[in-house]
Design a protein around this ligand. Structure first.
Ligand SMILES: [Zn+2]
Length: 217
């Protein structure tokens, strides 16, 4: 994956998914109707508790790709994620852009996050998501020794300020299929839209008979 592959589509094009099979875009073999909701960039005291509450209401499990810096400041929130039965993944310690960072410092930053997470969790996460979806092939090769590198096939675009909550919900409900990995955020930046969109998404998915699972399910 070099500069030029930009993940800016609501649905990741299949040529891109097929072109880079070293990372996980979606779960292709799902025995049941399953959707994998993922929340990046937390935990945050502003949003993570509300998201956990909503997920609980729908008996939904999700994966939280946490930023080390945020975990260091919000260890209680990370503990609450685990208590809720959700999965925790690594999203780097300081949310580096892989295209702008050499491999060694990039990998070191991921391992630093792994330490903070391991401290709270008592085990080391197996899933890593590159910040901004920007990672070089060399970085993927290094990290694949330890992690499953996970991107997404459905981008909610909840971080886009020009969109409304209902539009973000539609991006997801209009495009998911069984096995989809959906990118959302539990960050302040996305708060306004996520808090409106998530109940709509959860209502739609549960009414459509989908099970919402952590990536390890
Ligand atoms: Zn991120």
């Amino acid at each position: 994956m070099g500069a030029g592959i930009k993940l800016e589509n609501v649905v990741t094009p299949s040529w891109m998914q097929l072109g880079l099979p070293l990372v996980t875009w979606r779960r292709t073999a799902c025995p049941q109707k399953q959707i994998f909701l993922t929340f990046d960039d937390g935990p945050t005291p502003e949003l993570t508790p509300q998201i956990l509450e909503l997920l609980k209401r729908y008996d939904a499990k999700a994966t939280f790709f946490c930023v080390g810096e945020n975990v260091a400041q919000n260890r209680d929130q990370l503990a609450a994620i685990v208590e809720g039965g959700h999965l925790v993944g690594n999203h780097g310690y300081s949310h580096l852009n892989g295209w702008k960072t050499r491999t060694k410092p990039y990998v070191d930053d991921v391992l630093r996050c792994q330490e903070v997470l391991g401290d709270v969790l008592g085990h080391a996460p197996r899933y890593f998501r590159p910040p901004y979806g920007r990672i070089t092939l060399n970085q993927i090769f290094q990290l694949r020794r330890t992690f499953e590198v996970v991107l997404w096939d459905i981008l909610s675009m909840d971080y886009r300020q020009e969109l409304t909550g209902p539009q973000v919900a539609k991006n997801v409900t209009g495009n998911v299929k069984s096995g989809s990995i959906v990118l959302l955020h539990d960050s302040k930046l996305a708060a306004e839209r996520v808090i409106v969109a998530l109940p709509v998404i959860l209502e739609y998915l549960s009414a459509s008979g989908f099970q919402m699972c952590g990536l390890d399910q």
